[in-house]
Design a protein around this ligand. Sequence first.
Ligand code: FES
Length: 142
Amino acid sequence: MALPGHGLAHETSGQPVALATVNRRQGLPAYNLHMSYYKHHVFFCLNQRDHGQACCAQHAAQEAFDHCKARVKALGLNGPGGVRVNKAGCLDRCAGGPVAVVYPEGTWYSFVDPSDIDEIVDQHLVKGQAVERLMLAPDVGR
Ligand code: FES
C-alpha cells in the first residue's frame, strides 16, 4: 500500500520499497512522466553578485518574488496540485534579468514591475496561457 506524502510503499513483509518497484510488479508504469506534483512550479532567480556585476538581484527580483508568492497565496493557488513559487540561484540567463521560469511548460519570463507579475499569475498560472509580451527571447543567455 502506498503511503501518502512520499514515494515509498510497504509490501506485506513490512519492508519499505520504492513505489516504482510496486508499480512495475503490478504491471503499471514505473513513473508517469506527465504527472506533476504541482500544476505550475515557478522559479525566480534572486542571485546577488558582488562588485556590481550584473545580476537579477539588481533589478528588484526579490520584490517580484515576494509579490508573486503573496498573490498566488491570496488567490488560493498555492499547494499540491496548484502553484509553487520558489527562489533560485543564477539560472544562467542573466542578460535578460530579472528572470523567472514556469514549469512544466519551461516558459521563461523577464519583467519590470508588479503589474507584470500580476499578468503572469492571472494569464499563465490561472488560465494556462503564456504571456507572450513578457517571454524571454530564446537566445538570451548570461
Ligand atoms: S543572475 Fe539571474 S539568471 Fe543569472
